[in-house]
Write a protein that binds this ligand. Structure first.
Ligand code: C5P
Length: 246
């Protein structure tokens, strides 16, 4: 692919990733060896997590693209880095749920955790840590001018398509996809899936109900257990195929 990279300026640093400018409309996304939960109130170094999350994200983006979903992924750089296209990210978090869990059960206590939903549920949240990423009504999104009604329809279809692809992929590997979050960018050619798709953003459980995602850590599990679960996910998903420089 002949990727030449200039040492990049830091564009963004979050809790789990660093994004560096790579020139020509591209960026390097570097996954950190650290884990945080509860808005950063629990935080630990997590050696090996960055690479496991990068490999899994790379593979998940490749899988989505194989199924016709556009993503920002260009190629896997090795280690904890992937090369991506730079996009203006919408200030939204798109969550899809197949089972009731987490904040859904907190807001609707009539639902039992892990109750199978009659159909996948798509939620939009405002990406705003200070406000606790509030759940939005479709009307909120349209009135604020973030998306039009037809874009909302398109985003909902995209989210359901991503769910169908991920759900069936993990089911074939013996895991249930409870829910996940994606972020998107709006482009003249439609939405592009950006950010990451990893154990930090999906909840996946095995046949015994054991989590292989960040829930392990949220529930007080050790960092070692978490990193091992992320490695297991990366192993199950297979190695990234689009390597930079090939
Ligand atoms: O906490 P909640 O039940 O709303 O999370 C739903 C899904 O979205 C989970 O898979 C969680 O890991 C993911 N999520 C995320 N980033 C957030 C909030 C939720 O990746 N800021």
């Amino acid at each position: 692919m002949g990727v030449t990279l200039r040492p990049g300026r830091l564009l963004y640093e979050g809790k789990a990733k660093r994004v560096l400018d790579a020139g020509d409309g591209r960026a390097v996304m570097e996954f950190k060896d650290g884990v945080t939960a509860f808005d950063g109130r629990r935080r630990d170094p997590a050696p090996g997590k960055g690479e496991a999350a990068a490999r899994l994200s790379a593979r998940m983006f490749e899988l989505l693209e194989e199924h016709g979903v556009r993503t920002h992924y260009i190629c896997y750089m090795g280690g904890s880095r992937i090369l991506v296209e730079r996009h203006e990210v919408a200030p939204l978090e798109v969550i899809v749920r197949n089972y009731a869990y987490g904040s859904m059960v907190r807001r609707m206590p009539f639902l039992k955790p892990m109750a199978r939903l009659s159909r996948p549920l798509v939620e939009l949240h405002l990406k705003d840590d200070e406000r606790g990423d509030p759940l939005l009504l479709p009307e909120d999104v349209v009135e604020a001018g973030l998306l039009s009604w037809s874009e909302l329809d398109a985003l909902r279809s995209l989210a359901l398509r991503v769910d169908a692809v991920l759900e069936s992929f993990w089911r074939r590997r013996g895991l249930r996809l409870i829910d996940f979050k994606i972020e998107v960018a709006r482009t003249p050619r439609g939405f592009v899936v950006v950010d990451e798709v990893s154990g930090d953003t999906m909840r996946l459980v095995d046949a015994e109900g054991r989590h292989l995602d960040k829930e392990l850590y949220r529930r007080g599990g050790s960092v070692e257990e978490l990193v091992e679960a992320y490695r297991e996910l990366a192993r199950l998903a297979g190695a990234p195929e689009r390597l930079c420089g090939e």
